[in-house]
Ligand binder design. Structure first.
Ligand SMILES: NC(=O)C1=CN([C@@H]2O[C@H](COP(=O)(O)OP(=O)(O)OC[C@H]3O[C@@H](n4cnc5c(N)ncnc54)[C@H](O)[C@@H]3O)[C@@H](O)[C@H]2O)C=CC1
Ligand SMILES: O=C(O)C(=O)COP(=O)(O)O
Length: 528
């Protein structure tokens, strides 16, 4: 059946067309995002949800999203999505990190000019027949200092544009490298220095616990008298009451505000403050940007729903459309190894080590590790998937180690997964042959070559004569048909392992009889 996607915000119709062209059912309900009860009611019918900022994807929505695989944000900020809840439910959250950045940076620059020359107010006054030429004396931008807080994609473009209109640009961003600052032509400073020196301040950080309220009364007190502040990032970055006070006192000479602490902002303390230019979250609203983000999000979501390719996900490693087909058998292998070890060790896991050797080490091992962890956790958590597995492993305090190595042994490439508990370590290794089928090549250091069928019986025993006959007899008497029989041992008379594929699940009493056989140490049914 074709995957179903709900578009619950005002995306360009381009998105609908792309979904249709790719064979995906697209349900375009541009105002639905505002109706959270309705959204909660119907979200269970969809595999994908495409949104902008109006749809709030809360924990409750996610709890009802039982078929949802991907949330696509046609834009950048995902603060309207409960990403941890989505991750825990195995839903990918992706955005389009560049599609609207130029447009948003242009809005910040437009705001700066609008504030510097009080354009909206001058416009209204002129239309009212007042001709207040002396009231609207502005400030020149040339040679003024612009302080950019958050110099990422949008902040950098805003900085370049500001340099283009002959401003001096200083930037505060803990993750801005000195080389990048130099290439951009901006001076990297700390936050207090930015506050002290900037004539204009423009905000371009995401809203996080660290950036929330970054402009409060104390920050404003450190600023130059007559500073002008532009916010085209997120409302929660500014304490609006503090800014309103500072505008009234004249400490802050003007502000350009596109985003508000609560949206849609039908009322706000800043609406009554002087010298404020407000826009209704228009930063990304140009036809060019909306075409870009709609096209990108629809392509990305389709690639994921149809082919498992992952681009621009915030909670999952990327898998390109090119590598997806090549990676798929190894994703399956990694998950099978995890399932194998996970079924034998359900509690007390302290550490998981995953070794990638040879050709596999060159692949996208982050994706393979996510698959392996999924397998390990699946016997305990039925709904875990590659998106949720790393977070769930971390939550359980399990240490994960990835090792990559060049080819050393006979296999061109293989994966070995080792689970360590308080009592022991257990490892299992496998590879994918030319036929694309995963094979087990080693268990607990004992070589063997086995395919994994849906039902397997795993037996460890001391290597003594008679065991295979006894096992065959017990299974035969119980009417259990053997499909394949794989054997390995550490040395003559040492530890031995049998991995037997059977045609169906084995009853408890039969397992007990196998365990009671002479020299048998462990018996476990495995399902794949
Ligand atoms: N008004 C609108 O319509 C739009 C608003 N936005 C918002 O603009 C903001 C920036 O977007 P991008 O530039 O694409 O993001 P980005 O991720 O490229 O850049 C953000 C920058 O902020 C920096 N940063 C993070 N924590 C910081 C901190 N504590 N102090 C200083 N810097 C910090 C990061 O290092 C990064 O360089 C986001 O909040 C996004 O949601 C984006 C598009 C449209
Ligand atoms: O991309 C972003 O982060 C934005 O804030 C744009 O929001 P919008 O898609 O215009 O509702």
């Amino acid at each position: 059946m074709a995957p179903k996607v709900l578009i619950s915000d005002k995306l360009s119709p381009t998105a609908v067309q792309i979904f249709k062209d790719r064979g995906i059912d697209a349900d375009f309900q541009p105002d639905l995002g505002k109706d959270k009860d309705k959204l909660a009611e119907i979200i269970g019918n969809y595999d994908g949800l495409a949104i902008r900022s109006a749809t709030k994807v809360t924990e409750k929505i996610i709890a009802n999203a039982n078929n949802l695989k991907v949330i696509g944000r046609a834009g950048i900020g995902v603060d309207n999505v409960d990403v941890p809840a989505a991750t825990a439910k195995g839903i990918i959250v992706m955005n389009t990190p560049f599609g609207n950045s130029i447009t948003t940076a242009e809005h910040a620059i437009a705001m700066m000019f609008a504030v510097a020359r009080q354009l909206p107010e001058a416009d209204a006054s002129t239309r009212a027949g007042k001709w207040e030429k002396s009231k609207f004396v502005g400030t020149e931008i040339t040679a003024k200092t612009l302080g950019v807080i958050g110099c990422g994609n949008i902040g950098s473009i805003a900085a370049e544009r500001a340099i283009g209109v002959k401003m001096r640009v200083i930037a505060y961003d803990p993750f801005l490298s000195p080389e990048r600052a130099m290439n951009l032509g901006v001076e990297k400073v700390d936050l207090d220095e930015l506050f002290r020196r900037a004539d204009f301040i423009t905000l371009h950080t995401p809203l996080t616990d660290k950036t929330r309220n970054i402009i409060d009364a104390a920050a404003i007190a450190k600023m130059k008298d007559g500073v002008r502040i532009i916010n085209c990032a997120r409302g929660g970055l500014i304490v609006e009451e503090a800014l309103a006070e500072a505008l009234k006192s004249g400490k802050v000479a003007g502000a350009g505000i596109d985003v508000f602490s609560s949206e849609p902002a039908k009322e706000n303390v800043l609406f009554d403050a002087p010298n404020v230019v407000c826009t209704p979250h228009l930063g990304a609203s140009t036809s060019e940007a909306q075409e870009n983000v709609a096209l990108q999000v629809a392509e990305q979501m389709s690639d994921y729903l149809l082919h498992g390719a992952v681009t621009n996900a915030l909670n999952m490693p990327s898998i390109s459309a090119e590598e997806a087909p090549k990676l798929t058998p190894f994703v399956r292998l990694a998950e099978l190894l995890g399932l194998f070890a996970g079924q034998l060790t359900q509690t007390g896991i302290k550490a998981i080590k995953i070794e990638y050797e040879g050709t596999v080490a060159e692949m996208n091992v982050r994706a393979l590790t996510s698959a392996a962890l999924t397998g390990v956790l699946r016997p305990m958590l039925q709904t875990v998937n590659m998106v949720s597995a790393p977070a769930m492993t971390r939550e359980r305090g399990i240490h994960v180690e990835e090792v990559r190595r060049e080819q050393q042994g006979a296999y061109e490439g293989y994966v070995r997964l080792t689970i360590t508990t308080e009592r022991q370590s257990r490892s299992v290794a496998g590879t994918v042959f030319g036929d694309g089928k995963p094979r087990i090549i080693q268990i607990k250091g004992i070589n063997m070559e086995a395919e994994l069928g849906p039902h397997m019986l795993y037996v460890t025993n001391e290597d003594k004569p008679g065991f295979i006959g006894n096992l065959g007899t017990v299974l035969g008497d119980a009417g259990v048909n053997i499909a394949t029989f794989n054997l390995g041992r550490s040395e003559r008379g040492g530890d031995a392992i049998s991995l037997v594929e059977v045609d169906g699940p084995i009853a408890e009493d039969v397992l007990a009889k196998v365990l009671a056989l002479p020299s048998v140490v462990q018996v476990a049914p495995l399902a794949f």
